[in-house]
Design a protein around this ligand. Structure first.
Ligand SMILES: Cc1cc2nc3c(=O)[nH]c(=O)nc-3n(C[C@H](O)[C@H](O)[C@H](O)COP(=O)(O)OP(=O)(O)OC[C@H]3O[C@@H](n4cnc5c(N)ncnc54)[C@H](O)[C@@H]3O)c2cc1C
Length: 411
């Protein structure tokens, strides 16, 4: 352990973070390779790192710079507790077993993040602050109890705090909130560090990363056509996030992933009072206080789509609505000023499951995508690498062509 109680790890806590230098991501494309990954977000960079670790020749292509889209514009929260949309947005049949599987996946992601700073020998800004999910009504409190029993069965530690117990534990919350679940392993990491660190380590393992290279067509075989020339590849992975559907269409594949714009508010700094991540079981809210004292308030409020290359723009109703929910939950925020906002675009699917694995319709064509993809990105990338390299099976429910859901249909 280091003197401040952190695990051993050399100078990683004090040194400036190390990233790829620009010249390491420029240069000619190889004529051929085994795997081409399209997309330099967390999914693509973590996959490149894991594939290179499996001894596979890999080329990652990013049209812009690494980590500029969802992976560098997210709120960095670890979402391990069952969220409201997991209860409500799909049919109820079999929901108990489905939720058990989903929580087990999240638990595996929690364990992976636990070991990641040591594995990558880098500071990823991981803070296990714990996470509270609050209820505002008796019905929501019942939902918290229901979800807690499933989480316990799956092996995720959460506990329901009610009344005075909650007020003692979290005096900053509105005193009339009837209850909350507390999950000790929740927290956050730094989105500016995770993807770029994976990219650096991938290159150290032999992966080739090229930025400023847009994939414009993928012909069967595969011939990957780009703004910087052609590459022959045995296999292709679509890790294009919100643009995965557009990319799949280049190969004649329909991949109904929705691009959704999201909004985040940031406040002026205040004395540190809030340690855990705070979410709401019934309304859109994630709330945390950074080490600098600023509050970061998000949770899925929309931003407005703009034509590329413009970034999505902010919406007043989202800024105000998001802030209002935060103040309802933590009244002392009422006089704290929002000083900036940002937007990002994430890939959403109707069943909120990852889309992970090889397309049956187009063998050799893989997809690597997880909604809640900051939490799950490193895990789905590791699992897909093991599948590509060693044939380790992936769950059927993530399959790009999964039965009963027209995720991918050959056109
Ligand atoms: C505002 C916001 C807040 C969020 N908060 C959280 C959170 O707190 N916790 C959490 O777990 N998740 C959160 N998410 C979701 C999470 O950020 C994403 O699920 C995750 O980052 C997706 O990573 P990705 O690599 O799949 O996609 P991206 O990071 O979007 O990467 C895809 C890349 O593909 C590139 N690309 C696309 N098309 C092409 C092409 N034709 N050629 C070359 N390159 C191409 C793009 O330029 C982009 O860089 C949030 C998302 C947003 C937007």
């Amino acid at each position: 352990m280091s003197p401040d109680g952190r695990p051993a790890g050399g100078d990683r806590w004090t040194q400036a973070p190390q990233f790829l230098r620009a010249e390491q991501t420029r240069g000619p494309l190889p004529a051929d390779t085994d795997v081409v990954i399209v997309g330099g977000g967390l999914a693509g960079t973590a996959l490149a790192y894991n594939l290179a670790g499996e001894g596979i020749e890999v080329l990652l292509l990013e049209r812009s710079e690494l980590n500029r889209e969802a992976s560098g514009t997210n709120a960095g929260s670890f979402h391990f507790q069952i969220a409201i949309h997991q209860f409500t947005e799909r049919d109820a049949s079999g929901s108990h077993d489905r939720l058990l599987r989903e929580v087990r996946l999240l638990l595996e992601a929690a364990r992976l993040w636990d070991a990641l700073e040591d594995e990558l020998d880098a500071n990823l800004g991981i803070h296990r602050t714990g996470g509270l999910m609050v209820a505002e009504t008796p019905e929501e409190l019942q939902l918290l109890h229901d979800k807690q029993s499933i989480e316990a069965e799956a092996g995720l530690e959460t506990l329901v705090l009610e009344g005075d117990e909650l007020r003692r534990f979290a005096p900053y919350l509105a005193p009339d909130l009837p209850g909350a679940t507390y999950c000790p392993v929740e927290g956050h990491a730094n989105p500016f560090l995770a993807g770029p660190t994976f990219a650096l380590r991938a290159v150290e393992r032999g992966a080739v990363v090229r930025t400023g290279v847009e994939v414009t067509a993928i012909d069967p075989g595969f011939v990957v056509r780009t703004s910087a020339g052609e590459v022959r590849a045995r296999r292709v992975v679509n890790a294009a996030g919100a643009w995965a559907g557009e990319l799949a269409a280049l190969s004649g594949i329909v991949l109904p992933i929705r691009a959704e714009g999201l909004h985040v508010n940031v406040t002026e700094p205040r004395k540190k009072v809030l340690e855990p991540l705070v979410q709401h079981i019934g309304r859109r809210l994630t709330l945390k206080q950074a080490a600098s004292g600023t509050f970061i308030i998000g949770g899925g409020w929309p931003s407005r789509a703009e034509a590329p290359p413009a970034r999505y723009s902010t919406i007043w109703e989202s800024a105000a609505g998001n802030a209002a929910v935060a103040v309802r939950v933590m009244p002392s925020l009422a006089d704290v000023r929002v000083v900036r906002m940002w937007t990002g675009v994430w890939a959403a699917t109707d069943d909120l499951q990852p889309v992970l694995g090889e397309s049956v319709a187009l063998p050799g064509y893989f997809v690597c995508m997880a909604p809640t993809g900051f939490t799950l990105g490193p895990l789905v990338a590791r699992r897909l690498a093991a599948n590509i390299a060693r044939g380790v099976p992936l769950p059927d429910e993530y399959a790009p062509d999964r039965k009963g859901v027209p995720w991918i249909e050959r056109m």
